[in-house]
Structure formats: structure tokens, C-alpha cells
Design a protein around this ligand. Structure first.
Ligand code: UD1
Length: 416
């Protein structure tokens, strides 16, 4: 298993290109199953999660080609309707094939994802939405068996705003007979992007980007050609790294409109953020200031930036709090950050971070995608060498992060 060796401290400087958004591309790839033909997706990041979804689509019978950030998915020969446990357990987003398969082929067998490092992560809202649309569901031997002759439009009110369940319901409803109304839908840009892609493919969807989405079912959607939006979490992670190292970097090709809450937080702890079109200049102060951050649904501060923010605040002047209201158990990075000398106490879903003057290198373990990037951020700000094991987590969500950080001046090596 690969490891990273990070020698700190460093001060990041230079320009970095932001890749396409992982969480936008995964549901769009699943949505190709609603069509019969060849869809093309551009600006696709070369990530382990994308490769996992490619593998799953191939198992279903799709022909998949991935070259130069362009992904072609040919769905003319779909002949299998199962997402096996081995794939779903490595990537929860595999569940996205459930809705499209049952909508387009009338059946699906998808492994239940189970828990994850940051808590139970249920899929009850996905299943509730599909049942409302008329799918028959059975849970057997760890698998969801779904079947339907033709889905029917329905009113679905989500008890919690869920990115995954909203995407799932949109994909299932576009081919349903009649009108579906989704209330308390997630408004994350990745959901909006999926809806936009489906509209280009011929779906009839209104209220995109709002919490009430109206979908009038159509008989078919056509193969599409879509370009993926920039990854707001990747951009936020590099911005956080610039602050934590007192550096100055330029994020190229991002969408600042998606990043208000992150920029507000980074400014509040002393960062200077200058936006010019799709380029953002971020510079860190000599001394960071403490801050109180609470994660919320979009446009609030994203839970996917919570770990990186704690890493930034580890060396701030004063005591900060970082509260996660979306995933109250998502703090596996905290014991690892403590190994680097951070002073962090957990009080339920609140991390109380007492800023320290100095972090020091130590061996640590990556536990999930964003926890891993938080460890890299802290390691670059720490004095001495940090060995980060289990970096396969980071390869799920960040493309060649060590090469890109090296170009910004970090001393980071991958040891295979
Ligand atoms: C997506 C993102 C993930 C991000 C999260 C929140 C992808 C592939 N992943 O995950 O990176 O951290 O949004 O922005 O896009 N919930 C239920 N029942 C369900 C589904 C969700 O109770 O059936 C709850 C969750 O426990 C959580 C909240 O809803 O408290 C939001 O989760 P959700 O938005 O569904 O997250 P994901 O789509 O899994």
C-alpha cells in the first residue's frame, strides 16, 4: 500500500489547475444508463472513484473508454443489472445505478452499502423515493432487489436534504409516467449539474437549483455530451493548504460562485481571496485567527471541507470550533491530527480546536478522502517528516495530489 512522506514546513506558491468535480461526474455516469447509445462526458478527473464507476458500468454491459479526461459510455448492450458488494463497499456512489436501472430496465440488484468510517450513512431516503415512484423493493442477503414495470410520477418530500437521494430520485423520475415533485431537494451544485445534463438529454425538469423540483416524465432521454463543472471541494482544499502554509497560490479554472461559504471562512481566519473570473488568488496570513464554523447544506459551509478547516485552524491564534451538522461522527482525522501536535477536543459533533504555535511530523493514517487531505495540509505546515499511510483514500478523490503539490513547492513523495 502506498504512503506519502511529507517534509515540512513549506510555503505553497504557484498556480494550480482545478479538475472536474468527482461528485458531479459519478451521478452523470450513472445517468448514462437512462439512455441507449454513446454519451460523452468531458473534464472528467482521473480518480479511483471514476475508475470504480467505469468498472461497474462495464459489468452492466456498457462499453467505456476513458482518454484525455473524456469519458465515452456506450449503453447499447446493457445485459446485467447487478452492482456487487465488492464494488459498492469501495464506493458508496455505486448506489446511483439503482434508480436508472429500475427506470430504464425495470430491475436492479444493488448491494447495500453498509456503514462507513464516519457513521451509519443510511440510504432510506433513496429507497423511500423509489418506492414512492412505484418500484417494488426487497432486501435479501445484503442486496436491494428493485423491480417495476413502469415507474409512476409521485410527490416525494425528503425529511432530510440529501444529495444522493435527490440525484437518485431525479434519475428515476425522468422516465416515469406523469409528474414527480421533489420537495426539500438538495440544491448542491452537483445535483443541479445532473439535472442540467438530463435536460440536455431531453428530460423535462423544472425548478433546477431550488428545493422544489418538478419532473414531467418523458418516453426517452437521448445520449448526451456534457462537460463537468470544476470541483469546488478540490479548489477549497488547495485554498486551505495555501492558508495553512502561509503561502500564496492561484486556483485556475474553478467556479467561485460555488465557493462563497468556504471563501468567507478562509477570509475570516485571515486569508486574502481575490476572485477574477474563474481564477482565484489565495494568500495566507502570517498568523491565522480562530473561527467558529458550522457545516450546512449548500450554500452553507460543506461537510467535505470540515476536516481541512480543522487542519487550518490547528495553528490559529485562539480557540476555534468546527461543528458538523451533516455527519456528526465525521471526525476520524482528529486523533491523527493530534499525533501531529494539534490540540483538539471533541464535544459531540463539535471539534474544539485550541491553536498551537507548532505542529511536528509524525506517522499518521488516512481514514477517508477528506481526512487524508487534512493530514497532508497539517503535514505541510508541521516541522519535520510526516508519514501518511493508506493514501489510497486520497487517490479516490484527488488526482496525483503529490505531483501537483510538489509543483507548488511542497516536499511530498509517494512511496509504493
Ligand atoms: C454526498 C457526497 C459527500 C458529501 C455529502 C454531503 C457524493 C458521491 N458524496 O454524499 O461527499 O459529504 O453529499 O454533502 O456526492 N441521509 C439519510 N438517509 C439517506 C441519505 C442521507 O438520513 O437515505 C442523511 C445522511 O446521513 C446525512 C444527510 O442525509 O446526514 C446528507 O447526506 P447526503 O447528502 O445524502 O450525502 P451523500 O449523497 O451520501
Amino acid at each position: 500500500m502506498d504512503k506519502f512522506m511529507v517534509k515540512g514546513p513549506c510555503r505553497l506558491s504557484g498556480r494550480i489547475e482545478i479538475n472536474g468535480a468527482k461528485n458531479a461526474v459519478l451521478p452523470i455516469m450513472a445517468a448514462s444508463l437512462l439512455t441507449r447509445g454513446k454519451s460523452t462526458i468531458d473534464n472528467v478527473p482521473n480518480l479511483r472513484d471514476v475508475k470504480t464507476m467505469n468498472e461497474l458500468l462495464r459489468m452492466l454491459g456498457a462499453e467505456v473508454m476513458f482518454e484525455n479526461r473524456s469519458l465515452t459510455i456506450d449503453t447499447r448492450n446493457i445485459k446485467n443489472y447487478e452492482a456487487p458488494y465488492d464494488l459498492v463497499r469501495t464506493m458508496r456512489a455505486s448506489i446511483y445505478v439503482l434508480g436508472p436501472l429500475v427506470a430504464a430496465y425495470g430491475r436492479a440488484r444493488v448491494s447495500l452499502p453498509g456503514g462507513c468510517a464516519w457513521g451509519p450513512r443510511p440510504i432510506d431516503l433513496h429507497l423511500h423515493a423509489l418506492e414512492k415512484l412505484g418500484a417494488r423493493l426487497k432486501l435479501e442477503e445484503g442486496y436491494i432487489h428493485a423491480s417495476a414495470d413502469k415507474l409512476k410520477g409521485a410527490e416525494i418530500v425528503f425529511s432530510t436534504s440529501s444529495v444522493g437521494a435527490t440525484a437518485q430520485a431525479i434519475m428515476a423520475a425522468v422516465l416515469a409516467r406523469g409528474v414527480t415533485t421533489l420537495k426539500n431537494s438538495a440544491v448542491e451544485p452537483e445535483v443541479t449539474e445532473l439535472a442540467r445534463c438530463l435536460i440536455e438529454a431531453g428530460a423535462n425538469i423544472e425548478g433546477v437549483g431550488t428545493s422544489v423540483i418538478r419532473i414531467e416524465g418523458v418516453d426517452r432521454v437521448e445520449p448526451f455530451h456534457h462537460r463537468v463543472i470544476p470541483d469546488r471541494i478540490e479548489a477549497g482544499t488547495f485554498a486551505a493548504a495555501a492558508l495553512a502554509t502561509g503561502g500564496e497560490i492561484e486556483l485556475a479554472g474553478c467556479d467561485p460562485a460555488h465557493m462563497d461559504a468556504v471563501f468567507e471562512a478562509l477570509r475570516a481566519c485571515g486569508g486574502v481571496i481575490e476572485v477574477s473570473g474563474d481564477t482565484v488568488r489565495v494568500s495566507g496570513p502570517e498568523k491565522l485567527e480562530a473561527l467558529h464554523v458550522v457545516t450546512h447544506e449548500y450554500p452553507g459551509f460543506p461537510t467535505d471541507m470540515q476536516a481541512q478547516m480543522i487542519a487550518v485552524l490547528a495553528r490559529a491564534r485562539g480557540t476555534s470550533t468546527v461543528t458538523d451538522t451533516i455527519y456528526p461522527d465525521r471526525f476520524t482525522h482528529v486523533p491523527e491530527l493530534r499525533r501531529l501536535g494539534a490540540s483538539i477536543r471533541l464535544d459531540g459533533n463539535i471539534a474544539v480546536v485550541k491553536g498551537v504555535n507548532r505542529l511536528g511530523g509524525a506517522p499518521v493514517m488516512a481514514t477517508d478522502i477528506r481526512a487524508s487531505s487534512a493530514l497532508i495540509i497539517a503535514a505541510m505546515a508541521a516541522e519535520g517528516t510526516t508519514e501518511i499511510s493508506r493514501v489510497y483514500h486520497i487517490d479516490r478523490g484527488y488526482e496525483r495530489i503529490e505531483e501537483r503539490l510538489r509543483r507548488l513547492g511542497a516536499e511530498i513523495e509517494r512511496i509504493s
